[in-house]
Design a binder for this molecule. Structure first.
Ligand code: ZN
Length: 113
């Protein structure tokens, strides 16, 4: 399962940080997940429960924050929020845009004790 390896690397990152800070416990995690990252939010939530077990993150709460994609049309520069990667620009109808965000998959913040 893809989400479990994602969750494990988030916990790993958090553990590294906590150790560096000499923390005893990780209290809170905020994880940003872009709509186009390929990660299923519910599955990640479930995977986190597995991943924190036995780690310094056990007992922590986490928030999974969905990030909606933003794109800029290559023809007219219009910025919009595409639902898929293959969508015409709503302003000029051209295909082809640069994705500004929506691929995020990162540990946004961490709170330790
Ligand atoms: Zn356009």
């Amino acid at each position: 399962m893809h989400e479990l390896s994602v969750a494990m690397s988030i916990v790993e990152l958090a553990t590294e940080y906590a150790e560096k800070e000499d923390a005893k416990q990780v209290k809170e995690l905020e994880i940003e997940v872009g709509d186009f990252s390929g990660v299923v939010l519910d599955a990640l939530d479930f995977a986190m429960e597995e991943a924190v077990r036995g780690s310094i993150c056990e007992g922590a709460s986490w928030k999974i924050i969905p990030v909606h994609p933003r794109a800029r049309c290559r023809s007219c520069g219009h910025e919009f929020s595409p639902a898929t990667l293959y969508e015409p620009c709503p302003a000029c109808g051209a295909f082809g845009f640069d994705l500004l965000n929506g691929n995020e998959l990162k540990l946004k913040s961490i709170l330790v004790d």
